[in-house]
Design a protein. Structure first.
Length: 263
């Protein structure tokens, strides 16, 4: 019941709300999980966003494999002329071969929070066969980031470890605390020797005692996908320093295999 005369019930309701806020029970609930791609192009988080996550694939020497042979004149022209090879890979649903390195930047929102883990979520219950259509290998060089994470995608339940030679789960002993506007950089390495994997990443955090999640958008509008090397391919293209790619005669990936898998 609302009295407009003396106004005592109204004052009581205001005092109750202030008391709840003081003991931490009257805050706003955490926003609903952001849709896929949230934060992909945002320069800074809005007042309502708990944090913004940006992913970038690191430039490095390596290969991408496509599930089928490149057949369209446009795609072949892009390869041999050194055009937008990344677009060719995306159009043909390609995946990084053997290993993929991704830089992640976490930026805090308007309130402090703690990132408790970054989850790896498989898109399919089982790994597919390694892609054996077209192999595209480019030259390049990569760098090191502040925090190193490693994930074996051939594991039944892949998680982030504290390094390539470690068996310790990184987020078992570590959390990441973000102050408002603070940025933390991470480098995540994903490896696969067997089968193909499509997956997503989700940041789990706690803010004001409430748990929440934020999906991590894939780099450059692509997807998180990784495949082991096939024994041979329908076509193999090798890049050169001038950006162009040439079709090589040997259909095997011998030059790019890890030492343990050499031809």
């Amino acid at each position: 019941m609302l009295w407009l005369g003396a106004g005592l019930p109204v004052i009581g309701a205001v005092l109750t709300a202030l008391a709840l806020e003081w003991i931490g029970l009257g805050g706003d609930p955490e926003p609903s999980p952001a849709p896929d791609g949230a934060g992909a192009t945002s320069a800074s988080p809005s007042a309502a966003a708990p944090l913004v996550v940006t992913a970038r694939q690191e430039d490095e020497a390596g290969c991408a494999a496509l599930p089928r042979r490149v057949s369209s004149p446009q795609d072949r022209a892009e390869l041999v002329s050194g055009g937008d090879v990344g677009a060719v890979i995306r159009r043909n649903q390609g995946a990084r071969a053997g290993e993929m390195n991704v830089s992640l930047t976490l930026e805090g929102g308007s309130k402090s929070l703690t990132v408790t883990s970054i989850g790896i979520e498989a898109k399919h219950p089982r790994a597919g066969e390694p892609y054996d259509g077209t192999l595209v290998c480019e030259p390049g060089a990569g760098g090191e980031s502040k925090i190193q994470l490693f994930a074996d995608m051939d594991s039944p339940e892949p998680v982030f470890l504290a390094g390539k030679d470690s068996e310790l789960r990184y987020f078992r002993d570590h959390v990441i605390t973000l102050a408002p506007g603070e940025q933390v950089n991470l480098s995540a390495t994903f490896r696969a020797e067997h089968g193909s994997h499509a997956f997503g990443l989700v940041v789990h955090y706690v803010r004001n005692g409430k748990e929440g999640i934020v999906p991590v958008p894939a780099p450059r509008g692509g997807r998180y996908a990784l495949t082991g090397y096939a024994e041979r391919y329908e076509a193999v293209y090798e890049g050169s320093p001038d950006g162009a790619y040439r079709l090589v005669e040997d259909p095997r990936p011998c030059s790019w295999l890890p030492a343990s898998q050499k031809c």
